[in-house]
Write a protein that binds this ligand. Structure first.
Ligand code: AMP
Ligand code: ZN
Length: 321
């Protein structure tokens, strides 16, 4: 089988899953690929899953914080997101000029031309990873929350990534629930490894066939290729994947889709945001991130679109019984 054929079969499988979700009314289509409405059923599963994750994380004694889906452009500048992922970024623009420019904008619009040239970037950007606005608020010396020089935060919210796709697993706007450690270098590594195992056990208990794989972020361009190889070499990112698409003979058409990731960020963002531990050292960070929409879709894939027919123990765990 050629690669082209494989891709085509995979596309067909992705289209079939998306259409089945739309036909069942679980997701609601919009005119933009990867932007969906969610039904009550979808949200009930997502809330149940979120409760499971919150229970899982209870021993962490995390500090819970929530941020809106936009955050300050000045903070975005301190991450290197625009250098590493320009193609995934989303910057908010608005109109800041006067009446004359507004008339020009409206004339261009009337002629069916683009009018966004009259807008200027606002002081907010769309949040790409929900841990970024958190780091931006932790500047300075952090108190020793866990008695070992570190602490954990629980963050949940919408992230934006400009990656329009026909695959319902790849949305442009989706929710993440992250458990973020900030503390010592050893603490960050140990946290990532321990909570990777816990995350895997939790997702497996919901009937999901999980595989842990070494992974990389999709860094942009030629400079990005070096970052990819460093990330893989140093085993900084591990993804928990689920096989979503098979061919007519049950053979998997891809290597699985990541529904969660466990990341060692070392001092990458903590240095950028000037975050220090109680002993004055630059803090290290690691995070375990759950993709909420992807996990709900994986559950629907594995257990079927009729939630009433899901295994009783899974329904019970998710509070659907
Ligand atoms: P990442 O920060 O890239 O590791 O993303 C964290 C989690 O968010 C991933 O493991 C996925 O479950 C989820 N995720 C990432 N990109 C998308 C997307 N385009 N659509 C839906 N979920 C996503
Ligand atoms: Zn994160």
């Amino acid at each position: 089988m050629t690669l082209l054929n494989e891709q085509t079969e995979l596309d067909v499988a992705r289209d079939a899953f998306r259409i089945a979700l739309l036909d069942a009314g679980i997701l609601i289509a919009t005119s933009s690929p990867g932007i969906y409405g969610r039904s009550a059923v979808f949200e009930r599963i997502l809330s149940g899953l979120d409760a499971v994750l919150t229970d899982m994380a209870a021993p962490l004694n995390a500090t819970t914080v929530r941020f809106p889906p936009v955050y300050p452009r000045a903070d975005f500048e301190r991450t290197d997101y625009i250098a590493s992922f320009p193609d995934l970024s989303g910057v908010v623009s608005s109109f800041e000029a006067g009446d004359r420019e507004h008339r020009e904008l409206l004339s261009a619009r009337e002629r069916g031309e683009r009018w966004d040239g009259w807008l200027t970037p606002a002081d907010v950007v769309l949040t790409n990873a929900i841990c970024h606005p958190l780091y931006a608020t932790l500047e300075g010396v952090q108190p020793d929350r866990d008695g070992h020089g570190g602490g954990v935060w629980d963050v949940f919210g919408y992230g934006f990534r400009h990656e329009p796709s026909r695959d319902p697993m790849r949305m442009q706007s989706f929710r993440m629930h992250e458990f973020v450690y900030v503390g010592t270098p050893d603490g960050a590594q140990e946290y990532r490894d321990t909570w990777l195992d816990t995350a895997m056990a939790t997702l497996t208990s919901l009937g999901l066939p999980i595989t842990a794989v070494a992974a990389n972020d999709p860094f942009f361009g030629r400079a990005g290729r070096m970052l990819v190889s460093a990330q893989l070499r140093e085993n900084l990112k591990i993804e928990l994947t689920v096989p979503m698409y098979v061919d007519a003979h049950g053979v998997e058409l891809h290597e699985g889709t990541a529904i969660a990731s466990a990341n060692c960020q070392r001092d990458h963002l903590t240095a950028a945001f000037g975050i220090r531990t109680a002993d004055g050292e630059v803090a290290h960070a690691s995070c375990v991130a759950f993709g909420m929409e992807r996990t709900v879709l994986a559950l629907l894939r594995v257990h079927g679109l009729d939630v009433g027919a899901w295994p009783a123990d899974v329904r019970k765990k998710l509070g659907l019984a």
